[in-house]
Design a protein around this ligand. Structure first.
Ligand code: ADP
Ligand code: MG
Length: 697
């Protein structure tokens, strides 16, 4: 394999320097190894011939056709010159178009001869056509070659004559000529899990000899990818937990007890109690805590943060709570300050707009230790902010914080403080095992009592009037309403206009009520003001973009209408919906959508009306959109790219890989046994992908 890594792709027969450059530029393929690791994304059964008459829609996956060219014409001129062949398969006709090598192709292909075509048909103005298909020489029997891989290709490569066949034959050529493909998994792993050998797997992934062999090849390659990832994560986690000395918060004292017995606004839910116990045990263990707290919107994470911060105070340390936005930080501050008012705990707010005198006061109180709890935005991790003894950091809605920002917490102390990362975005299990594989996880899986589940309704534009009447009824009952518009970053101006128009319509429709208005491009003071008149109840309607997504708490708001709901991901809809249903009243979420939406979109929206279970929604979202788009991972980014495995659909293999990695590390934690030498080498080769993000905490 080392030889393959070192050999430039330009030396491959039929490639050469020019085509090599194209490959590098378009697909990042530079070496022989890159080429054999460029896998097909799907396969077409070569024994199936499709018929033009049966084409549907306006885009089709790659198909195979059998028929004859009726005519060839050269059309257009200059750069637009193209060769167009009218192809008939007896059921219908289709145009086949080439932009390159026109003369050459014109002399190779004949009318009247039977050909097998392979390509992706598309429909334009009611006519089907196919650009740069693969054309098999006459006489080649259908079914020969079994399954054919369909490779990811760019338009430029297609125009330069690259096809799926180019890749399949390049890969076969390399595999045939390579003296030895070094096995990348040790024999004991291969035997234990009955895996296909590497060479055989690579051959079958490019040119499968049967579906069964293809499945085995895929399993082997996916397993290997996930296995090394898990090995990396598990090794890291073990090393860290062995090394991570932390502050020992050994006792519960006055701050906690006093609050718990006298100030607690309501009895804790069972889940809140359990989670607090878990955190307490961690903090008392002498190891540094790194814990992820997952709890659906409204599950009461704030109170957990508060009570556990009091434990830090009881042990003589300061605590800090970070939120991703100024609005959220301010809201946390208001909540905590009023809860703590009778207790003598000193709480302050630090954000980008904190004025200089207050900043100076905060700085000095932080340094002399008289400030107990600091709440703020990322301003709290600026270098100039110095704590006397920061012992505990709570990060709310963690995905808005970049990894680098989190890492900076460290420089504030000799020992790293305990860290609790809170998120309302449920993370599907396979993703959690991978992305947060080294964090301990606590889950609040119970909502406070007395909440009525939010009723979610799917409504279409043509029901808008009736929907407004429903909203009017809520307003007359004294309730408040959110109206949310999507932001589609491609065209901010346009988005803003639809928001402004919506605002005008709402004002005209509900003339008796004051309407607040918030979007991301407003000045912070203006935003703050608009939010505050809604929070106080002066404004009864809030028209906004998704800036209100996280954390905002107005219990009297019972209705949310989400415009263009079809444009949102499920997890995001779920987050938004969590803004209502925070009081004792029945709440409603109205998903307003175009009527003309795809079946998948309709399914997504219908799922929202059917369940309020955040985990079920996150799971479904990942199944439908793939893990890369999952809220909570896209901002921070999944820190590695998977080449062949898919976290959404390969849950079982993730589990299998994790078990395999744990088993090996249990027996040989440092991978020193001779039979594990290869594992160490491979890990070193893939250069830990965890380097950056492992410091999440
Ligand atoms: P989130 O987990 O979304 O951050 P919050 O901490 O904002 O949720 O809590 C949502 C609401 O539930 C708040 O109004 C809070 O006061 C209330 N709440 C929290 N815990 C309880 C409880 N044990 N019983 C009743 N209400 C609670
Ligand atoms: Mg919250």
């Amino acid at each position: 394999m080392d030889r393959l890594r070192a050999t430039d792709i330009k030396y491959l027969k039929g490639i050469g320097p020019k085509r090599a450059e194209l490959l590098g530029k378009n697909l990042g393929i530079a070496t022989y190894r890159d080429m054999i690791y460029h896998f097909p994304t799907s396969y077409v059964d070569r024994s199936t011939i499709r018929r033009i008459a049966e084409f549907e829609g306006d885009e089709m996956p790659a198909v195979q056709l059998k028929g004859r060219f009726v005519t060839f014409t050269v059309q257009g001129e200059g750069a637009k010159t193209r060769l167009v062949g009218l192809f008939s398969d007896g059921s219908g006709t289709m145009e086949v178009v080439w932009f390159q090598r026109i003369k050459q192709l014109r002399s190779i292909y004949n009318t009247g001869t039977e050909y097998i075509l392979f390509g992706r048909p598309s429909c334009f103005n009611g006519r089907w056509s196919m650009v740069h298909p693969e054309v098999d020489p006459p006489g080649k029997a259908v079914g020969e070659g079994g399954l054919r891989g369909v490779y990811p290709l760019t338009e430029q490569l297609r125009n330069r004559g690259f096809s799926s066949r180019t890749f399949a034959s390049a890969a076969s050529e390399i595999l045939r000529a390579a003296p030895a493909i070094g096995e990348t998994l040790p024999p004991h792993v291969i035997a234990r899990h009955r895996l296909m050998g590497l060479r055989e797997a690579l051959c079958n992934i490019h040119s499968p000899s049967s579906i069964a062999q293809l499945d085995k090849a895929r399993l082997r390659l996916k397993f290997e990818e996930l296995f090394y990832l898990q090995l990396d994560i598990q090794r890291y986690a073990r090393r860290r937990s062995a090394a991570s000395v932390g502050f020992r918060f050994s006792h519960i004292g006055h701050f906690f007890n006093n609050f718990y017995t006298q100030q607690l606004p309501f009895p804790l839910t069972g889940a809140q109690k359990r989670v607090i116990r878990e955190i307490r045990a961690d903090m008392g263990s002498g190891r540094q805590m790194n814990r992820l707290l997952q709890g659906d919107v409204g599950s009461g994470k704030t109170l957990v943060a508060l009570l556990t911060m009091l434990i830090a105070l009881d042990n003589g340390y300061q605590a800090c709570l970070m939120a991703p936005t100024e609005i959220l930080a301010t809201q946390h501050y208001e909540t905590l300050r009023s809860l703590l008012a009778p207790t003598g705990v000193n709480v302050r707010l630090l954000t980008g707009s904190t004025r200089a005198p207050e900043r100076r006061r905060i700085d000095s109180m932080l340094r002399d230790g008289t400030l107990h709890i600091l709440i703020g935005t990322h301003a709290v991790i600026e270098d100039r902010v110095q704590f006397k003894n920061l012992g505990y950091v709570v990060i709310d809605e963690q995905h808005r914080f970049g990894v680098a920002q989190r890492a900076r917490l460290w420089s504030k102390n000799t020992l790293a403080p305990h860290v609790l990362v809170m998120t309302a975005t449920p993370i599907p299990r396979t993703l959690a095992m991978t992305v947060y594989g080294d964090l301990d996880v606590s889950v609040i899986d119970e909502l406070p009592p007395g909440r009525k589940p939010i009723v979610t309704l799917l409504r279409y534009e043509d029901n808008r009037f009736a929907t407004y009447q429903g909203i009017g009824r809520q307003l007359r009952m004294g309730r408040q309403v959110y109206i949310v518009y999507p932001l589609i970053s491609e065209n901010e101006k346009l988005d803003l206009r639809s928001l402004e128009e919506g605002y005008e319509t709402i004002r005209e429709t509900f003339r008796d009520y004051r309407v607040a208005y918030v979007h991301g491009r407003m000045k912070p003071e203006e935003k703050e003001y608009q939010m505050s008149i809604f929070a106080s109840g002066e404004a009864r309607i809030l028209v906004s973009t998704t800036v209100i997504e996280v954390g905002v708490n107005v219990p009297n708001a019972t209705t949310m209408m989400i415009e263009n709901a079809e444009r949102f991901g499920l997890s995001q809809l779920h987050q938004l919906r969590g803004r209502v249903g925070r009081g004792g009243e029945q709440s409603y979420c109205i998903l307003m959508s175009r009527r003309n939406i795809s079946g998948d979109t309709r399914k997504r929206l219908e799922l929202m009306t059917a369940t309020t279970d955040g985990f079920a929604i996150a799971e479904a979202d990942m199944q439908m959109r793939g893990p890369g788009d999952i809220e909570g991972t896209q901002q921070s980014g999944i820190p590695f790219e998977l080449h062949i495995a898919n976290l959404a659909s390969d849950g079982q293999i993730v589990q299998m890989a994790r078990d395999a990695a744990c088993e090996i590390l249990n027996a040989d934690p440092a991978l020193e046994a001779p039979e594990n030498l290869l594992l160490r080498r491979q890990l070193a080769l893939q250069a830990s992908r965890l380097q950056d993000w492992s410091k999440i905490s």
